[in-house]
Design a protein around this ligand. Structure first.
Ligand code: PEP
Ligand code: MN
Length: 354
């Protein structure tokens, strides 16, 4: 909800008008002109209410809203949006199956991503994630296998008819990433890298826009506007936790932001409990919470052996834990794998030559 200005009639009782507004869920503060209150300013924190309901309050002369700072995003809001074959319904009451996006933090090898893709597909994931270019706090940490990783990721996704989402970390490799990805990810640390946003937008690809760790919702929307203004496909928002104050979790998952995006702004939004918590034991409950708050889906990190992960091991799920998360968000259980059949010995093998 954008800020709003309410002009009062000359005979208005300002306190009564404010009480009525409060009844509608609007938080108004008086704006005085030379000591005389001539209008009320409604803060961003207020609920979305039709102008007609406000104009009906005795003492209200007019309601005006500042011009939207995000006209392109406004066009996307309130509509069903289809990205890489998945439709994100605008109507919050439309609670179909959630989108599961799963994959390793970093694509470490061809075998690793192939194994994760198979497990992810088996448990209902439709989009495969994985970093080829990794933003790392330390310059000495593993920073991704670059184009080889993009190739392995694409191959693994294609084997299971999944879409690829992967991060473009710098302007110089946007075209390379866009050549392999169905959806380009803009990471938290780059949410306000405006040159990168322009380059990603110019690729015309849909974007998974992760929220900056100290970004307001208005900042997040402004970044989406940069992408859309530059030509991006639809923008899917990803809440991945904001900087908190308690060291027991990596970040603070802002579920109110998820609810606002879905219920108020009617935009596509997914929740990343992996980066929000940094701990695999909290992923299933927060995935459920994210969906309950209105998230269209969840993004989770998975690794065949988290002990060996080159990044984000503590938050990476095993394949068994992934099954638990999929079921926690209501996806149907994967079919049981048939017991392995005893291999038929080759006629030339020693076992056949008894
Ligand atoms: C990621 O999803 O790989 C990642 C680095 O996350 P974030 O940008 O949210 O920290
Ligand atoms: Mn990660």
């Amino acid at each position: 909800m954008a800020a709003m200005w309410i002009a009062l009639t000359n005979d208005a009782d300002e306190a009564t008008v404010r009480r009525e507004l409060q009844g509608l869920g609007l938080w108004a503060t008086p704006a005085a002109d030379g000591g005389e209150v001539t209008g009320l300013f409604v803060a961003e924190q207020s609920q979305a209410v039709d102008d007609a309901a406000i104009r009906a309050i005795p003492g209200v002369a007019a309601v005006s809203r500042p011009k939207s700072a995000t006209p392109q995003l406004d066009r996307q809001a309130g509509r069903d949006v289809t990205v890489a074959g998945w439709t994100f319904p605008a109507d919050p009451a439309d609670t179909g199956l959630p989108l599961l996006i799963a994959g390793p933090c970093a694509v470490e090898s061809r075998d690793q991503v192939a194994a994760v893709a198979a497990a992810a597909a088996r448990h209902g994931a439709r989009w495969l994630r994985g970093g080829a270019f990794k933003p790392r706090t330390s310059p000495y940490s593993f920073s991704g296998h670059g184009e080889s990783a993009l190739r392995w990721l694409r191959e693994a996704a294609d084997a299971h008819d999944m879409a690829v989402v992967t991060e473009a970390m710098g302007e110089s490799h946007v075209d390379l990433v866009a050549g392999y990805a169905d959806i380009v990810q803009v990471g938290s640390r780059n949410m306000q890298n405006f040159a990168l946003l322009a380059a990603v937008g110019a690729s015309g690809k849909p974007v998974l826009l992760k929220r900056g760790m100290a970004a307001t919702i208005a900042d997040w929307f402004a970044s989406a506007e940069h992408l859309l203004a530059a030509g991006a496909g639809p923008v899917v928002f990803c809440e991945r936790g904001v900087t908190g104050f308690d060291p027991t979790t990596r970040n603070l998952l802002d579920l109110a932001a998820v609810a606002q995006l879905r219920h108020v702004h009617r935009l596509p939004v997914v929740v990343d409990p992996s980066h929000a918590t940094g701990r695999r034991d909290l992923i299933a409950p927060l995935a459920r919470a994210g969906i309950a708050a209105g998230g269209h889906g969840v993004v989770v990190e998975v690794h065949p052996d988290a002990r060996e992960a080159l990044s984000d091991g503590p938050q990476s799920l095993s394949f068994g834990e992934l099954a638990g998360v999929a079921s926690a968000i209501g996806l149907p259980a994967a079919p049981r794998t048939p017991p392995p059949t005893r291999p038929i010995p080759h006629p030339e093998s020693p076992a056949a030559r008894v």
